[in-house]
Design a protein around this ligand. Structure first.
Ligand code: PLP
Length: 408
């Protein structure tokens, strides 16, 4: 009889988004006249920019000719894209990342999950709390998380690093030794960033302990303040201890187009092996590359027109973030994030629970949000608001919440 991976049986249901959807559906059924505005959208809504569309059209036409046809491409990505990434995302910011260190993929979600393949099952894993659930669930599937403890909302073998107001939502190294450390800045869900000094502490910790930092900077394009680091590789010593994940999803609206990349420096070695070689082996065995047409679209993001056009979309979302942050702060609520990130982390008033406030805002303001408790125990007492919606809807949603607060 075949044996299944029993770690899958330990996974709790993906409760958060299904429960949010269930509550919205129940409310709408009971109040058919209500028009719910969503400040809970985790996907982009602006269309792909013209430079990307034109590049993809050209690539489609090429594919229809004998000379321009592309079959299987290099699993690591086409050189034209790896070189553009190295030049624009790294060299232009003073970092020396070589094209051979860049692995183009179909998503940061896949890469954050798949990277676990190259690490042993008995490594200790540290995650932020609250956290992007993919880091937790993929380690649970691999048997690195132990058992799920329902009452605590935690896995018993994971190290949870609380990201709370007192530490600026940026964790310090834990007292236990962590082998794999997931960091995500700008952060989903809190919208927080880490300073260079804070990242340096992590790099020193990882180098001293033989740990590896898995650094997710999927929201890098939203950074506005000049002193906020865009990459872990801006930090001295990171090339011997860190892997970085980036994505075109939020940068260029590629959530439905699928293109991302992971950087594994040549200097990063553990257990006598180069992690770059292990990841290359993993990708060439299990992955057959991103479509040529999509990679040509991604390359266009780095042209002057492409860059200007995607930055317009990002500015659109940033204005939404500002509307939410300033509107709700003026109404007396405490808001974090939303400056260098599309997420606003809002503290519920009067110590209300996340779900309680979610229900209140849904009922009294007809606005959908995401309860912070769904991202981990330290998210209790917060809700996450997103800036990815329509500008008019965002203004209206903020006005409705303000009106709700005025009514008391
Ligand atoms: N990393 C973080 C922190 C995210 O929030 C998301 C998407 O929401 C992803 C990665 C997924 O990126 P991709 O669309 O490239 O798979």
């Amino acid at each position: 009889m075949v044996k299944i991976n029993e770690n899958y049986l330990k996974l709790p249901g993906s409760y958060l988004f299904s429960e949010v959807a269930r509550r919205i559906a129940a409310y709408t059924a009971a109040h058919p006249q209500a028009r719910i505005t969503k400040l809970s959208i985790g996907d982009v809504t602006r269309p792909l920019v013209p430079a990307v569309i034109e590049a993809m059209h050209r690539a489609v036409d090429e594919m229809g000719t004998a000379e321009g046809f592309h079959g299987y491409g290099p699993e690591q990505g086409y050189p034209f894209l790896r070189e553009a990434i190295a030049r624009h995302d790294y060299a232009a910011r003073g970092m020396d990342v070589k094209p051979e260190e860049i692995f183009v993929s179909d998503g940061a979600k896949s890469d954050c999950g798949n990277i676990g393949d190259i690490f042993g099952a008995d490594n200790t894993v540290a995650v932020c709390d609250p956290v992007y659930p993919v880091y937790v669930d993929t380690n649970a599937m691999a048997g690195r998380a132990g058992d799920y403890v329902e009452e605590l909302g935690k896995w018993n073998k994971l190290i949870y690093m609380p990201c709370v107001e007192a530490n600026g939502f940026s964790p310090e190294p834990p007292s236990e030794k962590a082998d794999l450390i997931y960091l995500c800045f700008p952060n989903n869900p809190t919208g927080a960033t880490a300073t260079r000094e804070q990242l340096k502490v992590w790099v020193d910790y990882a180098n001293a302990n033989g740990s590896v930092i898995l650094y997710d900077s999927a929201y890098e394009a939203f950074i506005t303040r000049p002193d906020v680091p865009h990459s872990i590789f801006e930090i001295e010593g990171a090339r011997t201890c860190a892997i970085e994940f980036r994505s075109f999803s939020k940068t260029a609206g590629f959530t439905g187009n699928r293109c991302a990349y992971t950087v594994v420096p040549m200097e990063l070695e553990r257990g006598g092996a180069k992690l770059n070689s292990l990841w290359n082996r993993r990708q060439t065995t299990k992955f057959n590359g991103v479509p040529y047409i999509v990679q040509r679209g991604a390359e266009a993001v780095y042209t002057p027109q492409g860059r200007a056009q995607i930055m317009e979309n990002i500015a659109y979302y940033q204005r939404n973030a500002q509307v939410i942050r300033e509107g709700l702060t003026a109404a007396g609520l405490e808001c974090f994030g939303g400056v260098d990130a599309p997420y606003i982390w809002l503290k519920t008033p009067n110590g209300m629970g996340s779900w309680e406030f979610f229900d209140l805002v849904l009922d009294q303001a007809n606005v959908a949000t995401t309860p912070g408790a769904g991202f981990g125990p330290s998210g209790e007492g917060y809700i996450r608001l997103t800036a990815f919606g329509d500008a008019g809807d965002t203004v209206q949603a903020v006005d409705r919440i303000r009106e709700m607060l005025r009514r008391g």
